[in-house]
Design a binder for this molecule. Sequence first.
Ligand SMILES: Cc1cc2nc3c(=O)[nH]c(=O)nc-3n(C[C@H](O)[C@H](O)[C@H](O)COP(=O)(O)OP(=O)(O)OC[C@H]3O[C@@H](n4cnc5c(N)ncnc54)[C@H](O)[C@@H]3O)c2cc1C
Length: 457
Amino acid sequence: MTSLEQHSADVVVVGAGYAGVAAASRLAAAGLGVVVVEAADRVGGRAFSEVLPSGVRVDHGAQWISPAQKRFHELAERFGCPTFPAGVPGAHAEIWHDGTRSDHSGTAPESGPGVAEHARVTAELDRLALTVDLDHPWLTPDFEVLDETTAEDFFLAQTEDEDARRRLALTVRSVWCCEPRELSFFHVLFHIASAGGLAQLTDVAQGSRFTDGADALARAMAATLAVRLDEPVRTIRHTADGVEVVTDRAVVRARRAVVTVPPAAVGRIGFEPALPPTRRGWLGHTPMGRVAKVHAVYEEPFWRKKERSGSATLHGRGPVGVVFDNSPQDGSRGVLVAFVHGDLVDRWAAAPDDVRRAEVLTALAEVAGARARMPIDYAEMAWSEDGWTIGGAACFVYPGGWSGYGEHGRREVTGTLHWAGTETASAWHGHVDGAITSGERAADEVMTALGLTERPA
Ligand SMILES: Cc1cc2nc3c(=O)[nH]c(=O)nc-3n(C[C@H](O)[C@H](O)[C@H](O)COP(=O)(O)OP(=O)(O)OC[C@H]3O[C@@H](n4cnc5c(N)ncnc54)[C@H](O)[C@@H]3O)c2cc1C
């Protein structure tokens, strides 16, 4: 039996997504010795860009940054990671469930089946989200009732208009990557509040994209850190005096650990002693969303010649829910990205390769025209099949999860273990900005625990 390498540090950070690199950068800037341990062979986690054989770089995970995501912007500027506006002029398409197509300008249609009623209900969502106490969610009025209600219950109580409900279901799939029946209604309100409004989540968040991929900043930040790649953490032993993080190759001993992996991935690590019941309860109520992103690359963005933006919403004839023009900034190639979410992705991902591809290309042809059936390059990424993040875009919360376990289970320090990751963020929960600030918040907790009073910028 080979013996394990022995290492020590002041702090060990588990996971090198944005939360992990942000935590580690802040701790290292404060003069602490930090080791980051990452299961995958790359940093970035749910931000993962790749150059396809056609030479086009695509973002398989996170891609957009909104003007309101201030910390993400600040760091991108500091590390010299350029962005460009994501919007493409032209008509957006809506393909209705009976196959009817309508084109509209602006982010949403102004008329059509269920449009007015959908607008009324989403205004109600925004109004209720204003009542959420982001710092102490459990102090929100009617917290338990809201949390025991599903999003579906709320929609059924709000409107009898099936078309409006169809639109609301697509909103749930696009943002939470699950079905309305599965989702705590309080979590819907919390997430809307954490972004400053539903439009921030659905439209405004799509402000800019990164020229060199949405993981460019994570790669730049990690360049000066000690990151051990390809090394899944199997066990974490923790006592009042410190932690031992065990992988297949090494044991890293440290005074504190910051664990930044998504909730579902925490469950794959053995903790000795076991985590407290509230933390276990929270982890059991916070499954990951189910989403796939599919990119199709063309010689040129041919739809733009017909004054089409390439953006579309599709209501249920096939697996694809939304489509966007994801072409490179200079338009040297045309790229369409299709999202498949919730129950639809389960069925779609299990289908044979040719069926999956045909279903996506059929949807893209409905949106952009028949040429969309003949891409020069094609790439799929189903996040539920990623062994280390297990889904995306973020976790959602089952009914009763927040009220049963949120107060103590979400991010409360467990002795020498600190919790980070976008799922622990109050602002921009579920986004890269939230991941970054969660890492920095956990780093501050560690510094306080270790008696450091100076804080890096
Ligand atoms: C399809 C998709 C689209 C998205 N679009 C956007 C967007 O446009 N804008 C936006 O802001 N956000 C978007 N997001 C969300 C965003 O990607 C996440 O909020 C953010 O990247 C999460 O960062 P994190 O560091 O909290 O977690 P992660 O990025 O998941 O990082 C956790 C890391 O822990 C590692 N890990 C897991 N288990 C172990 C283990 N046992 N040992 C060691 N390491 C382990 C994982 O490999 C991973 O690298 C999207 C996500 C997806 C999936």
